[in-house]
Design a protein around this ligand. Structure first.
Ligand code: M6R
Length: 368
């Protein structure tokens, strides 16, 4: 069942190229137009929506957070991302012009289900991005866009996260195509870039041992910080969540720009900090993050940097660099999160912990 891997988690991390490839599969017609057959929401409704709200919990919410950057850029409609349990108990402004996207691996998360019901009661159409066929969220939504990650057994989500990003990107490109905010050749260009991702993820996996070695050497660490900017921000949050869940280590993710507004006070000699660096082909974003690395390094941080191949600007300030292949900015989360998953799993293993079944957690949280 574990396909020769010691844990489900390890297997699922290695399943990720396939999870992304399978989620992309069969979603274009012979002339390259994106077709989302399952999206049984009237095209007129999809043309008229003026806001998208993503509701989800945990890792699924971070996938939504990543999707916000892409969908707003491509479709030019505002996207809010809200934790389902917070959405449900405030008084959210949702109506028939709101498209609510419920993201869930299991399709059984009670918080997300209750938020979905609330949105539908207010007249919103709900699209579920779900991995488990026939699950409650899939059944109760107006339409379903399935992620094809295959069964995810380990409690900590990995391949579902990548598949959720892929599926929500397909949704964004579909809306851009439908609403005419991107030309057909632009949509085709983005799809072609997405199609290159499985091989790039595989390249990162091929270097897993470098990450594992660093993780083993850090098994007595008690606190790790994660910084990212733009789409790297939700990746930092996800890296911190993986480490908390699996290794029971205090871990926090921050938006890199927020550093000087408080978190930099945490930096002291030897504090490990992961930094997710955007591509140098986006110089304004990139240079900001490189200065953040300099700032924390000057205060004694031990910097573990995830940067693109050939990005030498980070080298002078990095204690360790994990390389990812050249990837367009919006698609970087699909590669940059992988070393963080491997790191958390290996550190937990080095501590002798049960990576597949961390304490106090359940795979699907079916109570509110
Ligand atoms: O099944 P869901 O995607 O709805 O689950 C949502 C969260 O409970 C889940 O992502 C949780 O945060 C994982 N343990 C993260 O690894």
């Amino acid at each position: 069942v574990k396909g020769g891997f010691a844990t489900f988690m390890d297997k699922e991390i290695h399943d990720q190229p396939k999870a992304v490839a399978d989620t992309l599969l069969g979603r274009t017609d012979e002339v390259g137009n994106l077709i989302l057959d399952e999206l049984r929401i009237d095209e007129a409704v999809l043309r008229s929506v003026d806001k998208i709200i993503v509701i989800a919990c945990g890792t699924a919410a971070y996938a939504g957070h990543v999707a916000k950057y892409a969908i707003e850029h491509w479709v030019r409609i505002p996207v809010e991302v809200e934790l389902a349990h917070e959405f449900r108990y405030r008084d959210p402004v949702v109506n028939e012009k709101t498209l609510v996207v419920a993201v869930s691996q299991s399709g059984e998360t009670m918080d997300t289900l209750m938020a979905l019901r609330h949105a539908r009661e207010q007249g919103s159409k709900v699209l579920a991005v779900v991995n488990t066929h026939g699950s409650t969220i899939a059944r109760e939504a107006d339409a379903v866009l399935y992620t094809h990650a295959g069964p995810e057994v380990a409690v900590a989500s990995t391949k579902a996260f990548l598949a959720q990003i892929t599926a929500t990107y397909l949704l964004g490109l579909y809306l851009a195509q439908l609403r005419g905010t991107k030309y057909a050749d632009e949509v085709a260009g983005y799809l072609a870039e997405l199609a290159l991702l499985p091989a790039k993820i595989q390249e990162v996996l091929d270097h897993a041992e470098e990450v594992r070695e660093v993780a083993r050497a850090m098994k007595d660490t008690t606190s790790v910080l994660f910084l990212g900017r733009h789409v790297g921000f939700p990746v930092a949050l996800e890296g911190a969540l993986k480490l908390k869940e699996l290794a029971y280590i205090h871990a926090e993710g921050f938006a890199a720009g927020e550093l000087k507004h408080g978190p930099i006070a945490l930096i002291e000699e030897g504090q490990p900090v992961f930094v997710v660096v955007p591509t140098p082909r986006r110089p304004t974003l990139h240079s900001k993050v490189v200065s953040n690395i300099q700032e924390i390094r000057a205060r004694g941080a031990r910097t573990l940097v995830i940067a693109e191949e050939g990005d030498e600007a980070v080298t002078p300030y990095a204690d360790v660099v994990f390389r990812v292949p050249r990837t367009p900015t919006l698609m970087m989360p699909l590669v940059t999160v992988v070393p963080l998953q491997i790191f958390a799993a290996e550190l937990a293993t080095a501590k002798g912990l049960d990576v597949d079944q961390p304490r106090n957690l359940a795979k699907s949280v079916t109570v509110e």
